[in-house]
Ligand binder design. Structure first.
Ligand code: 5GP
Ligand code: ZN
Length: 118
C-alpha cells in the first residue's frame, strides 16, 4: 500500500485539516510555504494522468474549501500537482499542493533560462 493510502487509513499519522467522503487534506511534513497542504483523493490514483473529470470536479470544490478554511482564498495561493519523473513527483498517489500565506516566488523557474532548457 502506498504512503498516502496509509495516511488515508490512519496507519500513518498526519495533521488533517479537511476531509469529506472522497478527499483528504493534511499539512505537508516539509512545508515550502506558511500554508502548505496536500489534497488527495481517498481512492488510489497514481497521478493527474489517471484523474477523471468527475474526480477533478470534486477536487476543485474541495481545494476551494481548504483555501477558505485556511484564510488564503483572498490573499492568493498556488495549486500544483507534480506528475512523474520530469514533474518531480516523489509520492505515487495523486496530490495537489496548496501553497499560500506569503508572496510566493516562481520556484524552480526563477533562475532558469528557458532557451537553455530545450
Ligand atoms: P511530490 O514531490 O510527490 O509532489 O510531493 C510529495 C510531498 O509529500 C512532499 O512535499 C513531502 O514533503 C510530502 N510528504 C512526504 N512524506 C510525507 C508524510 O509522511 N507526511 C506528510 N504529511 N507529508 C509527506
Ligand atoms: Zn495510494
Amino acid at each position: 500500500m502506498c504512503l498516502f493510502c496509509k495516511i488515508i487509513k490512519k496507519e500513518i499519522p498526519s495533521n488533517i485539516i479537511h476531509e469529506d467522503e472522497n478527499y483528504l487534506a493534511f499539512h505537508d511534513i516539509n512545508p515550502k510555504a506558511p500554508v502548505h497542504i496536500l489534497a488527495i483523493p481517498k481512492v488510489h490514483v497514481d497521478s493527474f494522468n489517471d484523474l477523471t473529470p468527475d474526480m477533478m470536479a470534486g477536487m476543485t470544490t474541495f481545494i476551494q474549501e481548504i483555501t477558505q478554511k485556511t484564510h488564503i482564498d483572498k490573499s492568493g495561493y498556488r495549486v500544483i500537482t507534480n506528475i512523474g519523473e520530469n514533474g518531480g513527483q516523489e509520492v505515487g498517489h495523486l496530490h495537489f499542493h496548496v501553497l499560500g500565506g506569503a508572496k510566493l516566488k516562481w520556484g524552480h523557474f526563477s533562475d532558469a533560462d528557458p532557451k537553455n532548457l530545450i
